[in-house]
Design a protein around this ligand. Structure first.
Ligand code: GDP
Ligand code: MG
Length: 163
């Protein structure tokens, strides 16, 4: 049995960094058109003994401010519907922003199985943001550094019940 995990969260929190770490070069279901921006990227992830499909939500970075929320909403809802669970990433360095609350509401309304992660939490700069992440009401955040590979064991533990 395998499962699908959607990585969601606002731009710049580190979703693609984690996606790339999990997937490496094993990109699936993506045709090789250079320069084409894809809103949803899918890949075959490996973490410990687990093999699963992971979806990266992108395509928000180039949206204008007034179209951002609607687009973000549609894209996130689509990813949630495709997935068995969602990894909701927030940025431990910036702390929780109003946009993070918008994502939390979408996930709650969709009744998604949510795993919360506070990324960029390497070193002391992320400590306050990690504590703030509890205020989202989505449980205990995984302390993560996608860039440095920290928190991968905790992520594995959180994913094992879904597998
Ligand atoms: P996305 O927009 O959510 O896909 O975010 P990206 O993966 O593109 O990352 C946005 C920026 O955050 C990039 O400059 C990354 O190098 C940086 N970043 C990602 N993960 C980490 C992390 O764990 N720690 C730090 N300090 N920076 C990170
Ligand atoms: Mg990205």
């Amino acid at each position: 049995m395998t499962f699908t995990l959607a990585i969601v969260g606002r731009p710049n929190v580190g979703k693609s960094t984690l996606f790339n770490r999990l997937v490496g070069k094993r990109l699936a279901l993506v045709d090789n058109q250079p320069g084409v921006t894809r809103d949803l990227r899918e890949g075959e992830a490996r973490l410990g003994d687990l093999r699963f499909t992971v979806i990266d939500t992108a395509g928000l970075e180039d949206a204008t401010d007034d179209s951002l929320e609607g687009r973000m909403r549609r894209l996130t809802e689509r990813a949630v519907e495709m997935a068995d669970a969602c990894l909701f990433i927030v940025d431990a360095r910036t702390g929780i922003l109003p946009t993070d609350e918008v994502f939390a509401d979408i996930l709650r309304r969709k009744n998604a199985h949510v795993i919360l992660a506070a990324n960029k939490a390497e070193g002391k700069a992320g400590e306050a943001g990690l504590i703030e992440a509890y205020s989202l009401g989505l449980g205990e955040p995984i302390q993560m550094s996608a860039e440095h590979g920290e928190g991968m064991g905790e992520l594995l533990t959180a994913l094992e019940p879904i597998a």
